[in-house]
Design a protein around this ligand. Structure first.
Ligand code: BTN
Length: 247
């Protein structure tokens, strides 16, 4: 396993814009991002282990062993116009692709990262509004080598990436900062091409009240899912989908 290394992680990043903190163990890098004072454009928090790693929809994110990526990018710049969950998924896909020599990575709405139909990563975007300032907290978890406790859990252990963790984090940060400056206008097409369930039959669940079979038709510019049910088209902003044969 490659140790986390500040210099490698910060390579080619604008030094005057990024603060980086590395912890051996923390409750959750997203929770730390809520506690800190943000003094720079991007405050990045990385931990080797999390004792209270959190996933979307109140779920846990298992983070007991080192060697994986538990990363939070925290910023008070205005990101109100970008569908961060989906775009960050794309950024991670691109970064893994680049570092691994074109490993096939796909995406599941809203922000699961998949390799060979197993979830190898996820993204948790949170917003905190204090007075007039909105703090955007983007948590990224990527499993490089984990004990798989569920059939749908995957990792990158077959792809010789154990020694490329710093490079992968560096690539994610480079892409994220570049996206913040200049949103790629083709992101929707790129997302559609990466999506594993475009035009496929899915089951969508929104809270406890809504669970339905539907066709996943598209996304919109805000990152919502557009689905077709027996009651017609619906736009869904948050929820969870499952795909037959995948998970
Ligand atoms: C999901 O798929 O449900 C999202 C998982 C997000 C996990 C990351 S790990 C770093 C950051 N800190 C957390 O507590 N969660 C996110």
């Amino acid at each position: 396993m490659e140790k986390l290394n500040k210099d490698k992680i910060l390579q080619n990043l604008p030094a005057n814009k990024v603060n980086l903190e590395i912890f051996n163990e923390i409750d959750s890098t997203n929770d730390e991002a809520k506690r800190i004072i943000v003094q720079n454009d991007f405050h990045v928090i990385i931990a080797e282990r999390q004792t209270k790693g959190r996933g979307r929809l109140g779920k846990k994110w298992s983070s007991p062993n080192s060697g994986n990526i538990y990363l939070t990018i925290c910023t008070e710049n205005d990101h109100s116009n970008s569908p961060l969950s989906l775009v960050t998924g794309l950024i991670c896909k691109r970064a893994i692709n680049k570092i691994s020599n074109k490993l096939l990575v796909s995406l599941k709405w809203p922000n699961d990262i998949l390799v060979k139909d197993k979830k190898i990563g996820g993204i948790l975007v949170e917003k905190e509004i204090q007075k007039e300032i909105t703090r955007t907290i983007i948590g990224i978890g990527i499993n490089i080598n984990i004990k798989k406790q569920e059939s749908w859990w995957g990792d990158l252990s077959n792809y010789n990436l154990e020694t490329k963790r710093n490079e992968l984090i560096n690539q994610i940060l480079l892409e994220f900062i570049s996206m913040s400056k200049n949103m790629n206008p083709n992101w929707m097409d790129e997302w559609r091409d990466s999506c594993i369930h475009m035009n496929k039959k899915i089951i969508i669940e929104v809270g406890n009240s809504f669970k339905k079979e539907a066709f996943f038709k598209d996304i919109d510019e805000n990152g919502n899912a557009i689905i077709e049910t027996d009651e017609g088209k619906k736009v869904i902003s948050s929820g969870e989908i499952s795909i037959k044969g995948v998970y």
